[in-house]
Design a protein around this ligand. Structure first.
Ligand code: SF4
Length: 198
């Protein structure tokens, strides 16, 4: 299958794209040599918001979350969970970074990360991947990113309303609550699928 317009030059750093709904992955080998610092985006990890927590639960990670909260690597916040940051090794360009960032990159699997960790690529990555020069994979990845950002944003707002209504004093962050977040996301994914087929 062609991934470029016939006239498009080969990108210096092709965008990698695996389309898989909320598990969609977008990446580039440019990330491993990010000019912003060796941790790249992982110097400032995204929030693990309500829909992200639900996704991890749906992928079998409920006990992982409970363990990480107990260990303090994930901290409850007003929009879900916040990933702790730790001091970078001495000599590193960035002062602090995500607690899950290791010498070879992320140390947790994609199904335990915030969805943003899997589908975000910066503008430099898209440019090096041929966006604007006719590269079809870069264009598809951009559409996937925009769509996922919009979808997760809407889901997060709706699930936040549910959390406030059901747990006005704040959620308990126990297994039952995590399961409820998984169910809340599953319902929305199913509704999205029905709407696309209609
Ligand atoms: S969870 Fe992994 S991919 Fe996400 S910010 Fe942390 S190290 Fe980076």
């Amino acid at each position: 299958m062609a991934t470029r317009d016939d006239a498009a030059p080969a990108p210096r750093h092709p965008v990698r794209l695996v389309v898989a709904g909320v598990d969609t992955f977008v990446g580039s080998d440019l990330c491993a040599r990010c000019p912003q610092g060796e941790a790249g985006c992982c110097a400032a990890p995204p929030g693990v918001e309500w829909s992200d927590v639900g996704r991890v639960v749906l992928r079998g990670g409920r006990d992982f979350l409970i363990g990480e909260i107990a260990a303090g690597r994930l901290r409850p916040g007003p929009r879900g969970l916040n990933i702790a940051r730790v001091e970078a090794p001495s000599g590193a360009k960035d002062a602090r970074r995500c607690v899950y960032h290791g010498p070879a990159g992320c140390t947790i699997p994609p199904d335990r990360r915030a969805a943003t960790c899997n589908h975000y690529l910066c503008d430099d990555g898209f440019a090096a991947g041929g966006e604007g020069e006719g590269d079809r994979t870069a264009a598809r990845a951009r559409r996937a990113l925009d769509s996922l950002v919009a979808r997760h944003g809407a889901w997060d707002r709706a699930i936040a309303d549910e959390v406030r209504a059901r747990w006005p004093g704040g959620p308990p962050w126990d297994g039952a609550f995590l399961d409820a977040l998984g169910e809340a996301l599953a319902g929305r994914i199913a509704a999205h699928g029905r709407a696309r087929r209609a």
